[in-house]
Design a protein around this ligand. Sequence first.
Ligand SMILES: Cc1cc2nc3c(=O)[nH]c(=O)nc-3n(C[C@H](O)[C@H](O)[C@H](O)COP(=O)(O)OP(=O)(O)OC[C@H]3O[C@@H](n4cnc5c(N)ncnc54)[C@H](O)[C@@H]3O)c2cc1C
Length: 377
Amino acid sequence: MSKRPVFRDDHEHFREQVHRFVKREILPHYSAWEQAGVTPPELWRRAGSEGLLNCALPEPYGGGGDFGHAAVVIEELARNNCLGVGFSIHSDMVAPYLHTYGTEKQKNRWLVPMACGELIGAIAMTEPGAGSDLKAIRMTARKDGQHYILNGQKTFITNGVNAGLVLVVASTNPDLGARGLSLFCVETHASGFSKGSPLYKIGQHAQDTCELFFDDVRVSADNLLGEENAAFEYMSRELAQERLAIALRAAASLEGMLLKTVEYTSTRKAFGRRVIDYQNTRFRLADAFSQSTMLRIFLDDCLRQHMEGDLDPTIAAMAKLNATELQGKVLDELLQMHGGYGYMAEYDIGRAWADARALRIFGGTSEIMREIIGRSL
Ligand SMILES: Cc1cc2nc3c(=O)[nH]c(=O)nc-3n(C[C@H](O)[C@H](O)[C@H](O)COP(=O)(O)OP(=O)(O)OC[C@H]3O[C@@H](n4cnc5c(N)ncnc54)[C@H](O)[C@@H]3O)c2cc1C
């Protein structure tokens, strides 16, 4: 791909560094982590020491770059088919909440260890009975003097097993529905808190997605993030960045697999001809390259807008919807071009196809994206 104007030279140098990191520290071990259902905490410390975590935060909190650097990390992981590494939730979601809404004490306590990879972050909104519909959240946080007492259950939590800090959405005023939700920083050694085993998913096997249980978990009032009953407003603001991050993952994964498929079909022969020599293959690849190029130009513009601080949440929803739907459609066709090998887990395309499926679901489903876009019309 030609030079992308949204990235400066320092971003591109950083990309080379991240690329080397992925090749050296991740790819040789990725299958073993998929078997284990989790990435080792040591990976996070290594990533932290190379400046790959929380890189968009200001320097005093362990960052020093901007969202362009965060985008580089997101893209290099996805392009190399490592969608199961959960750096993005940690760096592009948990850290920004703490940075934007946290007190100085909270930031100093958690952001620096997060940037070093000593502390892994997760965010817990979803419950068994509440995913798209946040006002159905049942988890409660009851005030008790200088403490809150949390009770309830969360599910599908990315980085759940490794997490040392979880941002938890709980109701502080059930009468107010979504407007009665608050955010709490819960350290996972808190008494009454427990984690389930990694959930057995159809893809993203290296990702330690799990359930979390809260049984009279007592946290100090200092662990409330921002204002009481303001979580819905905070989430509405922060979800635009999460959706852009997911869109960037989808596009980079798609681009990575397109190149792999050109390689594969250029060597694989059927009926004495290379698979790419069939017009059907070339036409489909041509369509896919054209669509992914158009997507890339749109996403780079979204990224520019976000770096300038004015990405509209509806545009972010369009980015997520377009990118993840195109990723799903094209990866399915690319898998088909691999024939039976496409269905074998050892081939990148099969893993990419299964890993991609979750991107149309988390961070708001495609239907919710359409709702957001539709409402704006
Ligand atoms: C791999 C993975 C990782 C995840 N990580 C996290 C995490 O770290 N933290 C976290 O909190 N959650 C996480 N989630 C949960 C994810 O955000 C939810 O699964 C998602 O928001 C959908 O919620 P749900 O599963 O309850 O589906 P539901 O809300 O029950 O939706 C079921 C279906 O109904 C549709 N639907 C719902 N409402 C509407 C509507 N108004 N109009 C039209 N259609 C509608 C949906 O689009 C979907 O097709 C993760 C999920 C997965 C799969």
